[in-house]
Design a binder for this molecule. Structure first.
Ligand code: FCB
Length: 464
């Protein structure tokens, strides 16, 4: 059987993604303020290899070279994030012009290279001074976010045509405030629920501001979303599915799409003592209307599914939220996340049927594999290439069903500081030699370049 060719729709955007703290370095240069990730990584015991983002990929100084590499790859779009404390060192008030100029030059450089900039305003590096006043558990942080969004979009809004307000509120809520594995390192689920509301509220408030300052731009938010897959041993029951889906997906999707917070989850959290008997007492009149502001696209980050399990062990019996199951019967990437390409097709189809976003972008998808340069300096990361190919195949199947998917961003353009894992996990298309900051194109990058050139790829013949 000859190989089948997959072709993506005309205008489908091929991109790659990064975030400020993970690549920029220059953590205290040019009047940048301290962020919660500076504080968190500088506190011993938080990062697996005791590293920090102080230097990272030194992108702050090497962005020229990085844009040239992107151009060489034929990238059509680049998703990066703006560091809030570079713009407003104390979170609000005084503006740091040098910080603003950095992103302005980056946007110009991208446009000159024919690359569409997709800035994300919040990819987790909250100014530490706002954290000192309570961070996202305070409503005032949502107000400060709007001030910040206004300043950045006034500066860049004439050139930026795609804005992303937030990256993965779920991660800030759960990793940062429930599990304490991300900055600010809190373990307080009741506070985390407030955090989730203020994140969404700040998004909703920022949407009209971005539209005003950047009238021709599309505005959206990026969520990390999980297809829920029944695991072994009688876990396909609807209540288990509903609870997982509520915890990971609906808690964010429902209010964004005008459906209020899911009532079943509110009841669950009241029962578990995470919310007071009166429920969501931090939601004020008008908040839900603000959160449901019409957006132009939904950004979807997909890495791994959630496999349900029954609550069977004495340790998790009374814990309503431990629903993840990791079975040895699946494929895992080096970071321990299950690779499940077909989950992307299910997820995209479900989002389209259930929420009808006008447009979707896969704003992150990728894999951590540690393959490094061989004796000749070549990085043969065939596993990453397969991972990306299989996920693109799944995305294409969703496209064939009519899902309005407009683009795909590999996470990540380059190896970088992988949060609490430090530099041990490598997601990049570019290998970074952290000793000398040399960048090497991995095999997956060369393959991706060809995919972009041809707007598709040949699918290897599969046995029936
Ligand atoms: C996502 C984050 C991104 C990166 C990838 C691996 O959750 O948005 O910064 O860490 O995971």
């Amino acid at each position: 059987m000859p190989p089948r060719r997959l072709t993506f729709p005309e205008g489908f955007l091929w991109g790659a993604a990064t975030s400020a703290y993970q690549i920029e370095g220059a953590w205290n240069e040019d009047d940048k303020g301290e962020s919660i990730w500076d504080r968190f990584s500088h506190t011993p015991g938080n990062i697996l290899d005791n590293s920090t983002g102080d230097i990272a990929c030194d992108h702050y100084h090497r962005w020229h070279e990085d844009v040239a590499l992107m151009k060489g790859l034929g990238l059509e779009a680049y998703r990066f994030s703006v560091s809030w404390p570079r713009i407003l060192p104390t979170g609000h008030g005084r503006v740091n012009q040098v910080g603003l100029d950095f992103y302005s030059r980056l946007v110009d450089g991208l446009l000159e290279a024919g690359i569409e900039p997709f800035p994300t305003l919040y990819h987790w590096d909250l100014p530490q001074s706002l954290q000192d006043k309570g961070g996202w558990s305070e409503r005032s942080t949502a107000e400060a976010f709007v001030e910040y969004a206004d300043i950045v979009s006034r500066k860049l809004g004439d050139r930026v045509k795609h804005w992303i307000t937030h990256n993965e509120p779920w991660s800030t809520v759960v990793m940062g405030h429930k599990l304490g594995m991300h900055a600010p390192g809190q373990k307080d689920f009741p506070a985390a629920l407030k955090v989730s509301h203020h994140l969404l509220l700040s998004h909703g408030w920022a949407v009209p501001v971005l539209r005003r300052n950047s009238p021709d731009a599309e505005v959206g938010i990026t969520l990390v979303l999980f297809p829920i897959v029944p695991g072994p041993s009688n876990t396909a029951a609807l209540p288990v599915f509903r609870k997982c889906d509520g915890y990971f997906n609906r808690w964010f999707l429902d209010p964004l799409y005008g459906r209020h917070y899911p009532a079943d989850m509110v009841a669950e959290y009241i029962n578990a003592g995470y919310l007071p008997a009166e429920g969501l007492n931090f939601v004020r009149p008008g908040d839900l209307e603000a959160i449901a502001a019409q957006t132009d696209f939904l950004g979807v980050n997909y890495y791994t599914p959630v496999i349900t399990r029954r609550r069977v062990t004495p340790e998790n019996e009374n814990e309503p939220l431990t629903l993840l199951y990791n079975g040895p019967e699946y494929d895992y990437t080096d970071i321990g996340m299950m690779a499940y390409p077909d989950g992307l097709r299910h997820l995209l189809n479900r989002l389209y049927f259930d929420y009808q976003p006008g447009k979707m972008y896969i704003t992150e998808n990728g894999a951590s594999y540690s393959d490094g340069p061989d004796g000749k300096g070549r990085v043969r990361d065939q596993r990453r290439l397969n991972f990306l190919r299989d996920h693109l195949l799944a995305a294409h199947r969703a496209l064939e069903c009519g899902v309005p998917l407009a683009g795909y961003f590999v996470w990540s353009l380059m190896d970088n500081f992988e949060w609490s894992f430090g530099y041990g996990q490598r997601f990049g298309l570019l290998w970074i030699d952290y000793e000398n900051q040399r960048r090497i194109l991995k095999d997956s990058a060369l393959w991706y370049k060809q995919v972009i050139d041809e707007n598709g790829f040949a699918v290897p013949a599969r046995s029936p």
